[in-house]
Design a protein around this ligand. Structure first.
Ligand code: UDX
Length: 431
């Protein structure tokens, strides 16, 4: 099948290489010339495991290419998939301008009978808007569908190759038949639902997962102020089959390109539709406040941060990605600098922190080796559970002075870190 994919972010590039790997003829389209040139040379402009290998295979086999030209990408495509960003507007609403713009540009080139599928995360009602835009720009018969994406950064390729399910939101039989054929090789359950259900499923899934994390962190706060231990609580609750132990480990809150934006968007949508939105608003409020609340308590325990050397380990929003969007570092480091600390940071993949104000701050230094960052630190904060950080031997860099070790991911053995001589504190345990 001939497939065009508009937008070459995480979702777009991953979709391109995966559809191509199943023998489809795929063209990826992006307005960013340098991105397109780099992709055509086999270079992925961001870090994502396994993506480069599949990209190279697709290019070498001749069934994958990238272009900046709508006509080239769209005019022969049986299926056009829109995977452009839907960022947050300042009031939390989603900004649909990339979607509106890309479908309007694609419309004149769509061939008769093409399927136009929206993979970008959009709220119920958006497909109807897309239909209207495109319908005003072409007389051809186009079949519309919503095709939400559920991949995670860091495991994007495997999530896309082996999805838990494919959700096709359309009331158009032709659109469903063509998309079902395209997705048959994935060997996953294919669900046929209304477009609005598909759109809401994506938000509902992300908000539910974010809610589990908020819930874990609310419990973690209770534990931090009592003698309960969050790991024991989650373990004990998790034996209940209705609950499970997966996907609610505590920390400083959820980050990344999806959860913060999607929770805000659903809150805004509910508010707009006069549906009670307190739950989603609370989630954002709690998640935003969590790092600051934790730091305040930490400062009470160890004394003022002013003039202390503090090592911050992990700058991406999670391991196996160089994406810093809404990473805990971007909340924690400014608060530490504001309090007068000297911050030395390390990340195995992020070579420069995204926030220029932090990067240029005279009390901020980014080290290329973990040893440099933690040397003589009064406090070491583990923000991200990179294997390189978890596996590091902190005993060999212990200085001859009291040093606090704050584990926000609950990954270290209390005994090991205490035996090395650190004062060990951990989220979800009293401190
Ligand atoms: C998420 C969804 O999982 C995915 O289905 C959707 O398509 C896009 O958004 P992603 O943002 O890549 O994926 O990362 P994910 O691994 O889900 O983590 C999101 C955030 O939650 C990270 O900040 C992570 O550290 C945090 N998290 C995750 C926790 O704090 N605890 C957990 O138990 C899981």
């Amino acid at each position: 099948m001939k497939v065009a994919i508009i937008g070459t972010g995480f979702v777009g590039v991953t979709s391109c290489v995966v559809y191509a790997s199943f023998g489809n003829q795929v063209i990826g389209l992006d307005v960013d010339q340098s991105k397109v040139e780099s992709l055509n040379k086999g270079k992925v402009p961001f870090y994502e495991p396994k993506l480069t290998e599949l990209l190279k295979t697709g290019l070498n086999e001749g069934n994958l290419k990238f272009t900046t030209t709508y006509e080239e990408a769209i005019s022969e495509a049986d299926v056009v998939i829109v995977a452009v960003g839907t960022p947050s507007a300042s009031d939390g609403a989603i900004d649909l301008s990339y979607i509106a713009n890309s479908v309007a540009q694609a419309a004149p080139f769509l061939k008769e009978g093409a399927v136009l599928a929206i993979k970008s995360t959009v709220l119920p009602g958006t497909l109807a808007q897309v239909k209207k835009i495109v319908g005003n720009l072409t007389d051809k018969k186009i079949h519309y569908a919503s095709l939400p994406e559920f991949l995670k950064e860091g495991t994007a390729v495997d999530d896309t190759l082996y999805p838990d399910r494919i959700v096709i939101g359309t009331e158009n039989k032709t659109a469903f038949a063509i998309l079902e054929e395209l997705h048959r090789p994935f060997q996953a359950p294919i669900l046929s639902v209304k477009p609005e259900s598909a759109q809401l499923t994506k938000y509902a899934s992300n908000n539910y997962l974010a809610l589990r994390i908020v819930y874990a962190n609310v419990l973690a706060e209770i534990c931090e102020k009592t003698d309960a231990d969050i790991d024991e609580v989650i373990e004990a609750m998790g034996y209940e089959k209705r609950i499970g132990k997966h996907y609610w480990y505590p920390g400083l809150g959820y980050g990344g390109s999806c959860f913060p934006k999607d929770v805000k968007a659903l809150a805004h949508f509910c508010h707009d539709k006069k549906i009670v939105d307190n739950l989603f608003s609370f989630m954002t409020q709690f998640n935003t406040n969590r790092p600051i609340q934790v730091l305040k308590r930490l400062e009470k325990v160890m004394g003022s941060f002013a003039k202390k050397k503090i090592a911050v380990l992990g700058l991406s929003f999670k391991p196996n990605t160089d994406d810093q969007r809404e990473s805990p570092a971007l909340a924690v480091i400014p608060a530490l600098l504001e309090a007068g600390a000297q911050v030395s940071a390390f990340d195995p993949m992020v070579k420069k922190i995204a926030d220029a104000k932090i990067a240029n701050h005279s009390h901020y230094k980014q080290e290329m080796e973990i040893e440099g960052a933690v040397k003589d630190a009064d406090l070491i904060i583990i923000l991200i559970e990179w294997p390189q950080i978890i596996g590091f031997d902190f005993a060999k860099v212990k200085a001859n002075k009291p040093q606090f070790f704050f584990d926000t991911r609950g990954q270290f053995s209390l005994k090991k870190i205490q035996d090395a001589g650190y004062l060990y504190l951990r989220v979800g345990r009293q401190f």
